[in-house]
Design a protein around this ligand. Structure first.
Ligand SMILES: [Zn+2]
Length: 251
């Protein structure tokens, strides 16, 4: 049975974009709020719509880039010292041994207070590829999800999410026609997709997305684009649609 949910982009920009923030998403699953990624501008973006740490139940991280996880140390410190609460943190298993050891320990380790691991700051849930987990809190059934590894920066882990077996969220990834066709065959009917209007070797170029089959383009929602170039009218998007920052859509 499908579970309706709401999704809002906290930003639709790339890592350098100051106007439309970072490409992170807010999910409303049965009235509980979750983040897909928590970049350096995530908490500012939430603040601008009247939300904060207390409103968020948990976070899923797709990969280790500052525009996707640069807000985690703020979440950890606020949770430990201001809110007295640990957020749920769902992490792809390949980040085990990396996210704390190579990224967060430098800022968060506090041996005097005994805060020496990720678990001292978050309610951590490691998730294997393809394993089903649920964006849920309390007794709610929540929203089922699973991750699959996708190509972003070569030789660096990154993943996408499938929710409710019908909704694909690419996070950062290069264009991949074979994957998208396969997902469509598996019953995925909505695609939130990385996009870039200028050439970028580790993101999906708009011209590449235009070469996806029409059946996919008509189900494709663009994110990460930052700002639409002045010479790119929206009626030239080849059936694809632009996601807007801070706009709820129901799925
Ligand atoms: Zn990235």
């Amino acid at each position: 049975m499908t579970q309706p949910f709401l999704m809002m982009m906290l930003g639709v920009g790339n890592g350098f974009c100051k106007s439309t923030y970072h490409n992170n998403a807010l999910i409303d699953a049965q009235g509980r709020l979750f983040l897909i990624d928590c970049g350096a501008m995530a908490w500012q973006s939430l603040h601008e719509i009247g939300l904060g740490f207390e409103d968020i139940e948990g976070i899923f991280i797709t990969h280790l880039h500052y525009d996707h996880c640069g807000g985690l140390d703020e979440a950890a410190l606020y949770g430990a010292y201001a809110a007295g609460r640990k957020l749920k943190l769902w992490l792809p298993s390949p980040l085990n041994g990396v996210i704390w050891e190579k990224y967060l320990s430098g800022t968060l380790e506090n041996k005097v207070e005994g805060r020496v691991s990720l678990e001292d700051y978050f309610d951590v849930h490691w998730v294997e590829e393809g394993e089903s987990f649920s964006f849920s809190a309390g007794s709610s059934a929540g929203l089922t999800a699973r991750w699959l590894q996708t190509l972003h920066v070569p030789a660096k882990f990154s993943c996408s999410l499938i929710m409710d077996n019908r909704f694909f969220y690419s996070s950062d990834m290069q264009a991949d026609t074979g994957l998208l066709c396969s997902l469509l065959d598996q019953g995925i009917d909505t695609f939130y997709h990385d996009s870039s209007f200028t050439y970028n070797p580790v993101h999906a170029g708009f011209e590449e997305l235009c070469r996806y089959p029409e059946e996919i383009r008509n189900r494709l929602y663009l994110m990460h684009y930052g700002e639409v170039p002045a010479d790119k009218p929206e009626h030239e998007l080849q059936g694809m649609k632009l996601l807007r920052q801070h706009e709820w859509l129901a799925w």
